[in-house]
Design a protein around this ligand. Structure first.
Ligand code: ADP
Length: 321
């Protein structure tokens, strides 16, 4: 349903009359993947590795620098005007901080119903209210929420409001950008289960973004691991968790304090040290090489391509056979 080819996004700053020399942030470089209808692709990586940028570029919330995005075969990045608006109806986003993404001065009923007003303006007021009340019920909120303001709700309830707003148009594709990162662990699982229920009810296709591998594994059929804007490894969720091949994925997994991982018999690996290098000056060759425990000379010389090393298991590393 979603096909992404060579998607690249660079932020360019400065370079104006008084702005000094232009600097380029290589936020997303040459990312490709498919998401079959009704499935979830998890996108994982440390903070700053380009996950949000990728999600927003896919949805046309940011302009892309290069690449292709197809939804049902239609080239999303080339759409304009009415055809773009029609597509926007099918593509929605759930944000990390629901409070920041909800207008605090609007009542919940208006907030959740606003997309209907934009995309289905001919619908009458009472029909709209009925749709909003149904949606609130589906996300586990009572009709009483309709008249209240976002600040009157807890973090988990606000995320339910954010999800109701994203789902009211019955979209086909939703990007969830760190939707539970700001929530307590007990509330996290409620929201994750709600997203799964809605996925089953609507046949939703999801791109699920998180820095937390455990959350991504719970939600996703396939997982794509990113580092400094580039793909590192992609596999079915369970395969990636039980048999990670890329040194970066192995380091991410070994950083999880989960006895089950050690029970799988995997040797304990060194936890990643240092920070992600600046995407304004990414390392030559493999971008992970400066933190990689097994890097060799060739890793600085050429960029490893994401290639299939086992059926359905892709890795971008010169040293993985
Ligand atoms: P993640 O979601 O993985 O934390 P982001 O996509 O937010 O990563 O950011 C990727 C890189 O792009 C970071 O270095 C970030 O500072 C930079 N970046 C994000 N948004 C902008 C922007 N609007 N202008 C310039 N740089 C940006």
């Amino acid at each position: 349903m979603i096909t992404v080819q060579g998607l690249t996004k660079q932020y360019i700053s400065g370079g104006g009359w008084f702005g000094g020399p232009a600097s380029i942030t290589h936020a997303v470089t040459d990312i490709s993947f498919d998401i079959p209808e009704g499935q979830t692709l998890g996108l994982v990586g440390e903070s700053g590795c380009g996950k949000s940028t990728l999600g927003k570029t896919l949805l046309r919330l940011l302009p892309s620098t290069a690449g292709q995005v197809r939804m049902w075969g239609e080239s999303v990045l080339e759409l304009n005007g009415r055809p773009l608006q029609r597509f926007r109806k099918h593509m929605q986003m759930v944000f990390q901080d629901p409070y920041a993404s909800l207008n605090p001065k609007m009542r919940v009923g208006t907030l959740v119903g606003e997309p209907l007003l934009i995309h289905e303006p001919n619908q009458g007021r009472s029909a709209r209210k009925t749709r909003v009340l149904e949606m609130l019920d589906q996300v586990g909120l009572t009709g009483e929420a309709f008249q209240r303001f976002p600040h009157e709700f807890s973090g988990g309830q606000r995320q339910r409001i954010g999800i109701a707003r994203a789902m009211i148009l019955k979209p086909k594709f939703v990007v969830c950008d760190e939707p539970v990162s700001a929530l307590d662990v007990s509330v996290q699982s409620q929201i994750l289960n709600l997203l799964k229920d809605l996925q089953a009810a609507y046949g939703l296709t999801l791109l699920f973004i998180s820095h937390d591998l455990r959350v991504v594994q719970f939600m996703s059929h396939e997982v794509l691991v990113m580092y400094l804007g580039r793909p590192m490894e992609q596999a079915a969720s369970q395969t990636l968790y039980e048999n990670p091949l890329h040194p970066y994925t192995q380091s991410l997994l070994s950083a999880i304090p989960d006895p089950k991982i050690y029970a799988l018999g995997r040797p304990k690996r060194e936890v990643l040290k240092g920070d992600v290098p600046s995407p304004k000056a990414p390392p030559s060759g493999c971008v992970f090489r400066t933190r990689c425990p097994i890097a060799e000379k060739q890793c600085a010389e050429s960029v490893p391509v994401l290639r299939e090393v086992r059926p359905g298991h892709k890795v971008a590393c010169h040293l993985v056979e």
